[in-house]
Design a protein around this ligand. Structure first.
Ligand code: SAH
Length: 340
């Protein structure tokens, strides 16, 4: 028995072929599941019972459950229980352009970024495909709305759960399924070079965001241990290749940490680093956690940083602050719940 939410449409087509049925059944089933949102096979009325019985033998519907939510003005943060009692988070943001959902990809994270609340809690396991799909289905049902944008920026390193994340993207992007456009999906990575290379060859139109946060190896290694393995220069080289092949602009995320990476010199060196790349920089005011070592940069410093990048013709935006008042910074709800 398998959870039906683990299957891409291709998987389901293969299943029908293997069982001697025409593969177009997969499209029909997909529409029942993701357009009509049925939660049991008996609700299907245009497919013969023999097939329905077979599906019932082989698949079940199971979703994760919300255990806690915190509401801000334009943001709702969710804590979920998984089957094995592990917990993950997702954050729904209501923008003027649509509803964006930030989802988790792992239980915990092994990347160990020092400023990150999730990084403090080691990876317990990868999320299954259905557990990622579920985050969208459950939140859409709970709020009676459609999610238009998905960002893989919750707990976990998506490229450390590559195969499941790729299947997840295929499922939510399928126009017979949840049908979220590739350009509305953003995958964020701390910079795992082999996986970025692999991802380039998938030829998807998904947005790629790189968590850079520093422009020198010395500082980046202090903040992000992964930089010991994958140096900035090598990261920039693969990003050049990525942009050349996909013709897609990449995003660099840069969290603004008071007196750590927010000096004038940091902005100038960042501008030099990125000068030939079709990219844009997203400056993220740091969401303070209970780690006293890291504070959010002063407003004037963020503005100064922004102005310098602009002067060097780098496309740059300052991320709107959303979840601060409800501890929406990644991983904080789970961390608080675990401390209890
Ligand atoms: N592991 C992936 C995706 C999850 S983190 C990655 O590293 O990109 C998503 C983004 O949030 C990353 O840029 C991460 O560095 C950033 N982040 C982590 N903790 C944060 C905090 N307290 N405030 C602001 N951004 C944070």
């Amino acid at each position: 028995m398998n959870n039906i939410y683990n299957l891409t449409k291709n998987d389901l087509e293969q299943y029908f072929i293997d069982n001697g049925y025409p593969k177009f059944r997969a499209t029909q089933i997909y529409e029942w599941i993701y357009k009509k949102r049925i939660t049991n096979f008996d609700a299907i009325n245009n497919i013969k019972t023999e097939i329905i019985e077979k599906l019932k033998q082989d698949f079940y519907f199971d979703i994760i459950e919300i255990v806690k939510q915190e509401k801000g003005t334009y943001v709702i943060k969710y804590l979920f229980n998984l089957k094995d009692k592990n917990q993950i988070e997702a954050v729904l943001m209501l923008h003027d352009y649509g509803n964006s959902l930030c989802i988790s990809t792992q239980v915990g994270c092994n990347m160990g970024c020092l400023f990150c609340a999730s990084g403090k809690l080691k990876k317990i396991r990868n999320l299954e495909v259905n557990e990622m799909v579920s985050q969208i289905l459950v939140i859409e049902k709970e709020n009676k709305l459609r999610v238009s944008h998905v960002v893989l920026m919750g707990i976990g390193e998506p490229f450390d759960n590559y195969d499941n994340v790729l299947k997840f993207i295929k499922i939510i992007n399928d126009n017979k399924g949840i049908d979220i456009g590739a350009r509305h999906i953003t995958i964020s990575t701390c910079g795992l070079i082999p996986q970025i290379e692999q991802f380039r060859q998938e030829k998807l139109q998904v947005n790629l965001a790189i968590s850079l946060h520093a422009s020198s190896d010395e500082l980046r290694t202090k903040l992000m241990p992964i930089n010991k393995v994958y140096k900035i220069k090598d990261l920039i080289t693969v990003i050049h290749k990525y942009v050349k092949q996909t013709k897609r602009r990449v995003t660099f995320e840069y969290i603004m940490l008071d007196e750590i990476n927010d000096h004038k010199e940091d902005a100038i060196s960042l501008a030099h680093l990125l000068k030939d790349i079709n990219c844009y920089v997203n400056l993220i005011p740091y969401n303070e956690t209970n780690n006293p070592k890291y504070k959010k940069s002063k407003r004037v410093k963020i503005k100064q940083f922004y102005d310098i990048l602009k002067k060097y013709n780098i496309n740059v935006t300052i991320r709107k602050e959303f979840g601060g008042n409800i501890a929406a910074a990644c991983g904080q709800l789970r961390a608080t719940s675990l401390r209890r």
